[in-house]
Design a protein around this ligand. Structure first.
Ligand code: PLP
Length: 403
């Protein structure tokens, strides 16, 4: 009999979205869904046109594209460098195009020793923890704490403004996600500088997930960690076209691994993480389809940029409706300014699954904070990914709740 990777046995059940679906189905009726973080608006017309042209290319002998470069076509990597990293000194060969920030944030840990200590924010996007469990880095799961013994959790609550201090002890790998899923909060330049300085001092690596970068509207919020001096020596950044341009079903993202970034082997010899990720990417990944990359490229055209700005503005208007609706009935909330997510404190400290049921009775589905980690208990996430009409209707229903 084949022996299995027993690390998989340490994974706790992926309970959150299946339990939500179960309760929504059992409830029945007309429920407005402000729960799952998937976009609802169509692809920008500039992207659709570019993809149609690319399909036509593929129908001709001259325009046909077979296997492409695993790292992404140079024209897309150059457009990313010129637009997303203008003035930051990131070069095209430091950018790796992929089929998702989920895959990249999940796969990147393969480059590091099983002995590395990992720190995550709590509440957290579950992929960071689960992929380290699969790799055997997380230790044992303690049901009573909803935590793994070898993971350092950095609790985020209203008390610290959802911005935990840097760890007291040294850790090797720190996952930061800003704008944050699930709390919708951001770091200022000064706050992110503290993390970069910590990493420089302690030798840690920051894995910076900026999947929601396109939602940033406030001035002092960095769009990239490479805006911070010295970050190229201590950070990998993940971005995605998913939430930026409606690519959740189309699949295109990218990861930046600067050439200045080094890791040590057990003899203390230094190795380039860029070269290692390049090797990993070309061994295990065969590139994003030509048609999809042409669509992604169109995001950087004038038309594409304007259409994306309009769509993100639309979601942020919904987020404002949610924030103002909650505030009008005395519910404390955060996020929704530079993010599609609004994070709220459940009234009277109600457990977040009880609040889920209460909201469901009113005809609205959201996501219980406890599903993102133990520090999410007593909180709840609503998303701006719906129509304006449904968002307004949902907030009317929430307002009618007897809290
Ligand atoms: N990172 C965060 C924080 C997310 O919330 C998500 C999706 O919800 C992803 C990454 C996944 O992005 P992608 O669709 O590019 O895989």
């Amino acid at each position: 009999m084949i022996l299995i990777n027993e690390n998989y046995l340490a994974l706790k059940g992926s309970y959150l979205f299946s339990e939500m679906a179960k309760r929504i189905n059992a409830h029945g009726g007309d429920i407005i869904k402000l729960g799952i973080g998937d976009v609802t608006r169509p692809l920008p017309p500039a992207v659709v046109d570019a993809m149609k042209e690319a399909v036509d290319d593929m129908a001709t002998a001259q325009g046909f594209h077979g296997y492409g470069p695993e790292q992404g076509y140079a024209w897309l990597r150059e457009a990313i460098a010129a637009n997303d990293y203008a003035g930051l000194g990131i070069e095209a060969d430091e950018i790796f195009v992929s089929d998702g920030a989920k895959c990249d944030t999940g796969n990147i840990q393969e480059l590091f020793s099983p002995m590395c200590d990992v720190a995550v924010l709590d509440p957290v996007y579950p992929v960071y923890v689960d992929t380290n469990v699969m790799a055997g880095r997380a230790g044992d799961y303690d049901e009573s704490k909803n935590a793994y013994s070898n993971i350092t959790y950095l609790p985020c609550s209203a008390d610290n403004g959802f911005k935990p201090a840097v760890p007291q002890k040294n850790v090797d790998i720190i996952y930061l996600c800003y704008p944050n899923n699930p709390t919708g909060t951001v770091l200022t330049k000064e706050e992110l500088t503290e993390w970069v300085n910590y990493a420089k001092k302690s030798g840690a690596l920051i894995l910076f997930d900026a999947a929601y970068e396109a939602f940033i509207r406030e001035d002092n919020v960095p769009h990239s960690i490479y805006e911070i001096e010295g970050a190229k020596e201590v950070a990998i950044e993940f971005r995605s076209f998913s939430k930026t341009a409606g690519f959740t079903g189309t699949r295109c993202a990218f990861t930046v691994v600067p050439k200045a970034l080094m890791g040590a082997d057990s003899d203390g010899e230094l190795h380039s993480l860029n070269a290692m990720w390049n090797r990993r990417h070309s061994t295990k990944f065969n590139g994003v389809p030509y048609i999809t990359q042409k669509g992604a490229l169109a995001c950087y055209s004038d038309e594409g940029k304007a259409q994306i700005k309009e769509t993100i503005g639309f979601y942020l208007d919904n987020a404002k409706i949610i924030r103002e609706g909650l505030k009008s009935i005395g519910i404390d909330c955060w996020g929704g300014v530079n993010s599609p997510y609004v994070w709220l404190k459940t009234p009277g400290g109600m457990p977040s699954w009880d609040f889920f049921d209460k909201l469901l009775d009113a005809g609205v589905a959201g996501t219980p904070g406890a599903g993102f980690g133990s520090a999410g208990e007593g909180y709840f996430r609503l998303t701006a990914f719906n129509t304006k009409e449904n968002t307004l209707k949902a907030m009317e229903k929430v307002s009618s709740l007897k809290l």
